[in-house]
Ligand binder design. Structure first.
Ligand code: NDP
Length: 316
């Protein structure tokens, strides 16, 4: 086995948070190494058009934006590697990390930007239209605009689903919300807001059987009432799924403080610090509220600046 690789800064993950951290860390001469992870480019690679990232007046496709962020990180000589970190040991001053093929890295600083993954229903038809960008989305704020003046369906009953249903209701002629139980999980105030919005119809005890389409795009949803057994089809061009996210933090749980749903807890609000000195977090791995490319990029910047200060302190 080769001896461990010794580096100043390891960045885990390649969404907007990771690449922004890399740009800042590389320009600060920290010679960052970035592992791209399972989904190079992160969640944005499953989004079509990004129209709300400042600086792109005509919009940019999610994958194209990630290619540009990667190129920008490379321009400052970030060492970008295909592969992922499968194990960590943050018990000492040097943070030990292992890649999937057993390569061992010892880093002074680690920036966790592993993101979160949207949960989907798992239906074959849903996955088909998700993959081809044909009308399935897990982000109303990202994609709702494409369905303005049209009818949409949203699945879920938590705060996210309520927030997104309300967001869609301002753009769409009608929003049908599919709630699998006979009550919301969302806070009362969020649920009330949805109930009081005239163009949102809420169907309780309702599960999705299939996302309907013409092969290229969504045309409806086939649903079933679990109490009565009644099946029906709801016409829609956009099918939104808001049933929660899973932060990609499993490998850190023995060392890093997580909240009850697995998101990394900031040790000091207003910074990117975790409970382990020298380990910082950026992006959706610690953010269940905003989840935007621009907020991920912002916290990526914070993490690199915090890591730089930490390095300066230990080097003197
Ligand atoms: P939640 O886990 O709170 O809710 C997920 C919802 O999806 C539940 O209603 C659940 O149903 C439903 N669901 C799960 N799986 C399925 C399925 N297979 N089919 C149909 N429905 C399903 O996730 P959220 O993303 O809504 O929220 C995550 C956290 O973020 C929460 O703590 C929330 O409060 C917070 N948040 C706060 C906001 C705010 O305050 N502005 C905005 C957004 C999120 P069931 O209820 O039956 O389990």
């Amino acid at each position: 086995m080769n001896s461990p690789e010794r580096i100043k800064c390891l960045i885990i993950g390649s969404g907007p948070a990771g690449y922004t951290a890399a740009i800042y860390a590389a320009r600060a001469e920290m010679k960052p190494v970035l592992y791209q992870g399972m989904q190079p480019g992160g969640q944005l690679t499953t989004t079509n058009e990004v129209e709300n990232f400042p600086g792109y007046p005509d919009g940019v496709s999610g994958p194209e934006m990630m290619v540009q962020l990667e190129a920008q990180a490379k321009r400052f000589e970030t060492d970008i590697r295909f592969g992922f970190i499968t194990k960590v040991d943050f018990s000492g001053d040097l943070h030990k990390c292992w890649t999937e093929d057993g390569h061992e890295i010892h880093a002074d600083t680690v920036i966790i930007s592993t993101g979160a993954s949207a949960k989907y229903l798992g239906l074959e038809s849903e996955q088909h239209y998700l993959k081809i960008g044909g009308g399935v989305s897990a982000c109303a704020v990202c994609d709702g605009f494409f369905y303005r003046g049209q009818e949409t369906v949203i699945v879920g009953a938590g705060d996210s689903a309520c927030e997104e249903a309300h967001y869609l209701s301002k753009l769409c002629t009608k929003v049908t919300m599919l709630v699998r139980r006979d009550e919301f999980r969302a806070s009362k105030i969020m649920a009330e807001r949805v109930k009081n919005t005239p163009n949102i119809e809420i169907l309780f005890n309702t599960q999705t059987l299939e996302v309907l389409g013409d092969g290229n795009g969504v045309t409806g949803a086939k649903v079933k009432n679990s109490k009565t057994g009644e099946e029906r089809e709801i016409p829609c061009t956009g099918f939104f799924v808001a049933i929660g996210h899973q932060p990609n933090t499993e490998i850190f749980k023995d060392y890093i403080d997580l909240d009850e749903t697995g998101y990394i807890k900031y040790a000091q609000p207003g910074t990117s610090k975790t409970n382990v000195p020298g380990v910082f977090v950026a992006g959706d791995a610690a953010d269940k509220n905003y989840r935007q490319a621009i907020t991920a990029a912002g916290t990526g910047c914070m993490a690199a600046l915090d890591a730089e200060r930490y390095l300066a302190a230990i080097e003197h």
